[in-house]
Design a protein around this ligand. Structure first.
Ligand SMILES: [Fe+2]
Length: 180
């Protein structure tokens, strides 16, 4: 599943995006995981916003059923992440979206944007920010990395994998129990 970032929406890219990659919001169920990918871009602006349409899409797409792992993916940040510079990285309606995420039992939120690998948990929601594997815009000593996520019935395992001297190295593994 692909979602647009700020660079994809720039220079009228938001008009090209659907022709190349499809709908800007999308949802997919894979076994017990419900993955909701949402477009938070605003053309020609670095920051983002989910907006009312996106919020409604999120509300309707998650499944509040036991055994279903709800995953939401957005490009921008829903919460501040360290080493990310000035706070223009949060989406404008972060407060409203956070409330939605909490009220609708979202288990995992995937974010990116500022290329900082970071994991934290807010109440029952794991907030996972991705680094970058291919961009030259790395931050400080974070270097290049990607996240490998293993979803089990009642738990999530996240591996942060770094590219060090042309070799992939597991930097850390975090395991979280999921609540019903
Ligand atoms: Fe970005």
């Amino acid at each position: 599943m692909i979602i647009p970032g700020n660079h994809d929406a720039r220079n009228v890219g938001y008009k090209l995006y659907p022709d190349f990659f499809g709908k800007k919001h999308r949802v997919k169920k894979i076994k017990n995981a419900k993955i909701v990918a949402l477009d938070t871009t605003v053309p020609d602006i670095e920051g983002g916003r989910l907006g009312r349409t996106g919020q409604d899409y999120l509300r309707k797409s998650v499944e509040n059923l036991p055994g279903v792992i709800n995953v939401v993916a957005i490009h921008h940040h829903l919460i501040p992440v360290p080493d990310a510079g000035r706070s223009r990285n949060l989406i404008d309606d972060a407060g409203d979206v956070l409330k939605l995420v909490s009220e609708n039992y979202v288990d995992l939120v995937l974010m990116g944007h500022r290329h900082v690998p970071y994991i934290t948990r807010l109440e029952n929601t794991i907030m996972l920010n991705a680094g970058t594997l291919s961009s030259v815009k790395t931050r400080g000593y974070h270097g290049h990395s990607f996240n490998l996520i293993n979803l089990y019935d009642k738990s999530v395992e996240i591996e942060v994998i770094k590219l060090l001297e042309d070799k992939f190295t597991v930097e850390c593994v975090k395991k979280y129990k999921l609540t019903d």
